[in-house]
Design a protein around this ligand. Structure first.
Ligand code: GLN
Ligand code: ZN
Length: 751
């Protein structure tokens, strides 16, 4: 048997996205949406027909954490009177009766879940209708369904307690969850449920499971579930979960799913599993990266596992839900054939799993035999290809020695202050200006070949000119070109670097109907020529003010791409760092005096387990530093990070040693800034003074108040004034008055 934990839901051609957006805009009805969903489920089950089960309830109209919250009637007070899809989408997207629930990253993936809000006065009760419908549909079609369900502990741990005592809420929630299980148990004899408990990879963290005795609760809940006659499989993924495995082997569940790709240390639990009676769902195929499996090495891994756990208790499995993968390689005609052969998306992963299983259990047929031979050849080609290995790049990374700025900040800043001569509280923005439909159409037309290069450049230049003139007219101090040539801050750079490919249809759900198409890093990375210099120098030529060059940092490029798995992330990042260093050097040689290196995704790369953080911090930090070290002391390096929780990482932020860092503080007043003060941060800081995520235009008075609040924390010599992120999602009607008000507010405060 081979198994997966879930299949991507948006559909091969993002059918779900289209159906949702059409429904939300009132162009189609609920029953239209339901028939699209039904068709998608059927199609996805057909893809899984050769597996032990087909997953049901992994599909969702928005998010599966939200689904569970809704099934348990865990609705925030403001939406309590709403029901059906109206109430469901209200929690996800907001409603006139209240703002949406927060959304946050699902562990270290780029998938976002809706954060449930729990309160002591909630009235939890179980609603099995959706699950029942999926289950029965799959059965009617002749499949063997396995229900995917978020485990109670992960659900509770990821929720936000808005009011009341954690332990009390947990007990109420537990009762409703077990009620749901009781209803599910009635669907069939021995219903299979896969309980996803990724929070278990965080260990027995007291803060997460506030106020509950995790060990005894895990046993009691999962025993209760097993006693209901459920065939329960508890899965963890993205890391090892040895602390919890110790507990789970003592329970009455049928099986355990462990990730042997990102949680190699799970091997330490094999003895315990062998001594128990549990089935091991061995996650040996990477469920979240897109590389073809090296089946020979997978078989070796499985053999090493079954040297401890008997083979007949092992199910070959993907390491996590395939949700984080694109649907299939079918139709990717733009990717070079050889490179395409190295890729494996959700559909292809299932084929691999089935083949591995047959080889492992010794039931090879001739089709599988030839698949294995093909797989071997593909892996050989990848291993030996000059496309993945470039000796010159490797040697350069090895011998590159410029890893620190030539002078310490204290001395650099003196030189910079003299050379740049900015006023106190200099004003700037984060880089992008509104991406209008004309600009999008221009880029798209150029990409499709409908617009020629001259016309395209003319359009981009006109936009840049407008941006520069506007900024000049309102009196900002450091200007930007507005980024009209960029579709995405990572893709733009990836497209100009060697070692990257881009798919046409490899979409992955980010949240709700939103999908992203991450760049794919398959080989050694190098910058064949300057990437931004022409646009930036053009922008600089239009103004007397300083034009800020705008780059994406190496760590962010890495964290927002599908990264090759035949080289460490650290080494890939080092290659990226040199590309950025080369660009910085070209920019400064072209007369650009201030350069911003965005690290929007620096924090996202943090490992899930505390013991691995040091290592990540050390190489990520050193890559960022390498990328900017080439800057002359008088070249001012800015960086930008778009989040507001720095407490845990402030020491690393400090060590980045950027001359100026702009951060997202607008939503937290000056609270966040205090940690900069506490650690004695000396470099300059631009705490966002207004929240660009909302269309609201901040008034001069409120900006003055905000700036004064900042001045209470940090000295005026250290502060910059700017919005809290890029403006590309906003409209000009919002951006113009907002920035005007910033400049006016700063004028008043300076006065
Ligand atoms: N320079 C980028 C922009 O302004 C930064 C985006 C980001 O922080 N996510 O769009
Ligand atoms: Zn940002």
């Amino acid at each position: 048997m081979s198994s997966i934990l879930g299949f991507p839901r948006v559909g091969q051609n993002r059918e779900l996205k289209k159906a949702l957006e059409s429904f939300w805009s009132g162009k189609s009805t609920q029953s239209d949406l339901e028939s699209v969903s039904k068709a998608l489920c059927e199609k996805h089950w057909a893809e899984q027909k050769d597996l032990d089960f087909v997953c049901v309830n992994d599909f969702s109209l928005y998010d599966n954490v939200l689904d569970l919250a809704y099934s348990l009637n865990a609705k925030p007070k403001r939406f309590r009177d709403l029901s059906g899809l109206e109430g469901y989408f209200a929690m996800a997207r907001g409603h006139k009766s209240g703002v949406a629930c927060e959304m946050t990253k699902w562990f270290n993936t780029n998938y976002h879940y809706v954060v449930p809000e729990l309160s002591e006065d909630d009235n939890y009760k179980a609603d099995i209708n959706n699950i029942k419908a999926y289950y029965n549909e799959a059965k009617t079609l002749g499949y063997r369904p396995k229900i995917s369900l978020i485990g109670l502990f992960t659900f509770f741990g990821l929720s936000k307690i808005t009011n009341g005592n954690g332990a009390t809420i947990f007990n109420k929630l537990k009762a409703a969850y077990l009620e749901l299980i009781k209803e599910i148990a009635k669907l069939d004899s021995k219903v299979a449920i896969e309980f996803s408990e990724p929070l278990f990879v965080r260990g027995l963290n007291k803060d997460i499971f506030s106020g509950i005795d995790i060990e005894s609760e895990v046993l009691s809940v999962y025993n209760a579930i097993a006693e209901r006659g459920i065939q329960a499989i508890v899965s963890t993924f993205f890391e090892h979960s040895n602390e919890l495995t110790k507990i789970l082997v003592k329970s009455k569940i049928a099986g355990l799913g462990l990730d042997f790709i990102y949680g190699e240390k799970n091997k330490e639990s094999l003895d315990l599993i062998a001594q128990s009676d549990k089935i091991l769902y061995a996650g040996v195929v990477d469920g979240r990266n897109i590389w073809v499996a090296d089946i020979e090495s997978k078989l070796k891994l499985l053999e090493s596992i079954s040297s401890i756990v008997p083979k007949d208790r092992i199910v070959v499995s993907a390491s996590c839900s395939l949700l984080h993968l694109p649907f299939s390689k079918e139709g990717e005609s733009k990717i070079e054939k050889e490179i395409l052969s190295w890729l494996s998306f959700a559909r292809e992963k299932i084929t691999e799993l089935c083949a591995i299983e047959k080889a492992y259990k010794g039931s090879l047929d001739s089709a599988t035999q030839s698949f294995l031979e093909q797989n071997k050849a593909i892996n050989q080609s990848r291993k030996n290809s000059s496309k993945t290995h470039n000796t010159a790049i490797r040697q350069r990374v090895e011998s590159y020695s410029i890893k620190e700025r030539s002078l310490p900040f204290k001395e650099r800043i003196k030189i910079q202050k003299e050379a740049l001569n900015f006023p106190l509280l200099p004003t700037t923005t984060i880089g992008s200006f509104p991406q209008t439909s004309e600009i999008r159409a221009l880029r798209l037309g150029y990409k499709k070949g409908e617009i020629n290069k001259t016309e395209y450049e003319k359009g981009i230049k006109a936009y840049i000119k407008d941006c520069v003139e506007f900024q000049d007219s309102i009196g900002l101090d450091v200007l930007v070109h507005g980024e009209p040539e960029r579709n995405d801050m990572v893709e733009y750079f990836g497209e100009q670097l060697s070692g990257f490919v881009f798919s046409t249809n490899a979409w992955v759900q980010s949240y709700g109907s939103r999908c992203v198409k991450p760049p794919i890093i398959y080989g050694d990375v190098e910058r064949p020529k300057a990437m931004t210099v022409e646009w930036i120098t053009y922008a600089q030529s239009l103004t007397q003010k300083v034009m800020k060059g705008m780059l994406t940092g190496p760590v962010t490029i890495l964290n927002w791409s599908f990264v090759r798995d035949d080289l460490s992330r650290k080494e890939v990042c080092e290659q990226l760092a040199l590309c950025i260093a080369d660009e910085i050097d070209d920019l400064q040689k072209a007369g650009i005096k201030v350069i911003q290196v965005d690290e929007a995704a620096f924090k996202e790369g943090y490992p899930l387990r505390a013991e691995n953080i040091k290592d990540y911090e050390s190489w990520a930090l050193s890559c960022f530093k390498t990328s900017v070290a080439i800057a002359d002391p008088k070249t001012q390096i800015h960086t930008h990070m778009c989040y507001s929780e720095f407490n845990d990482i402030i020491k690393t932020i400090e060590a980045l040693d950027a001359d100026v860092i702009s951060i997202e503080t607008a939503r937290s007043g000056n609270e966040l800034l205090k940690v900069f003060k506490q650690v004695g941060y000396t470099n300059e800081v631009g705490p966002g003074v207004y929240d660009i995520h909302s269309p609201r235009i901040p008034s001069v008075e409120e900006l003055v108040a905000q700036i004064k609040a900042l001045l209470e924390v940090l000295p005026k010599e250290q502060l910059w004034i700017n919005p809290d992120c890029g403006l590309k999602t906003r409209k000009w009607e919002e951006v113009k008055p907002s920035l005007q008000n910033i400049v006016e507010a700063v004028k008043q405060v300076r006065g």
